[in-house]
Design a protein around this ligand. Structure first.
Ligand SMILES: Nc1nc2c(ncn2[C@@H]2O[C@H](COP(=O)(O)OP(=O)(O)OP(=O)(O)O)[C@@H](O)[C@H]2O)c(=O)[nH]1
Length: 244
């Protein structure tokens, strides 16, 4: 499956259905790009010398596979583009087709951390494609749009899906996106927090104190967590965010 966002989004994209990197690592899209699966421990970080997340010669100490999930239009692609390139994808919204990924290596306290971030299509008809990619994910960023109540209401269904397809110990973060559109906001911050707490089986990915860590800052996600039990975050891709 290819995605039809912008030419920009094609940089790390999977070109065609037949070339989709197999979620279990059987067939990489092309040499040096996404591979996950048998080379790696099921859900542990990838280590240097075991570059199962590929990367065209990127040097790194540890690597993680992260997936962006949530309803169509909540801003998954924008989050990824913002994080990777520091830009906001303005203009006509074109829905993602299938699945896409980008790599980014961060320097975290002197350590090279490679993230392979998978941007999934939010549309229902692509679910069967994306299901297969959950298994190897170390972390899932579950997004909803604070201006779209339905996207929030659907979070429960996403959680059910995650429980079914992802590893038990996957790190999960709930993200309320588009907080810059304050006038149109229909989902309150407290409701997002409540939901995150409610599903604390929803593993509390990021505790309050860890929110000060650089990886989260570099993800460009605003951190408002006050309690250690909170795995809820809010963000906006349109507004200026700390440089990644
Ligand atoms: N105001 C505002 N708009 C945003 C933000 N993030 C994304 N958008 C807009 O929301 C629309 C959808 O964004 P996408 O990132 O393409 O959504 P998606 O979740 O990838 O959608 P699918 O590919 O269909 O799953 C676009 O028109 C974006 O410009 C944000 O933080 N604030």
């Amino acid at each position: 499956m290819s995605r039809k966002k912008t030419s920009k989004s094609k940089a790390g994209s999977v070109p065609a259905a037949s070339a989709l990197p197999s979620p279990n690592g059987a067939r990489p899209a092309r040499p040096g790009t996404a591979r996950s699966g048998h080379e790696a421990p099921p859900n542990g970080p990838q280590q240097r010398g075991r570059p199962s997340l590929g990367g065209g010669g990127d040097f790194y100490d540890v690597a993680f596979k992260v997936m962006l999930v949530g309803d169509s239009g909540v801003g998954k692609t924008c989050l990824l583009v913002r994080f990777k390139d520091g830009a906001f994808l303005a203009g006509t919204f074109i829905s993602t087709v299938g699945i896409d990924f980008r790599n980014k290596v961060l320097d975290v306290d002197g350590m090279k951390v490679k993230l392979q971030i998978w941007d999934t299509a939010g549309q229902e008809r692509f679910r069967s494609v994306t299901h297969a990619y959950y298994r190897d994910a170390h972390a899932l960023l579950l997004l909803y749009d604070v201006t779209n109540k339905a996207s929030f209401d659907n979070i429960q269904a996403w959680l059910t899906e995650i429980q079914e397809y992802a590893q038990d110990d996957v790190v999960l973060m709930l993200l309320g996106n588009k907080v810059d559109s304050a006038q149109e906001r229909v989902v309150k911050r407290e409701d997002g927090e409540k939901l995150a707490k409610l599903f604390t089986g929803v593993r509390t990915a990021l505790h309050g104190d860890q929110c000060q860590d650089r990886p989260q800052r570099r993800l460009g996600l605003h951190c408002h967590s006050k309690g250690v039990e909170t795995a809820y975050h809010e963000g906006a891709q349109r507004t200026s965010l700390p440089a990644a």
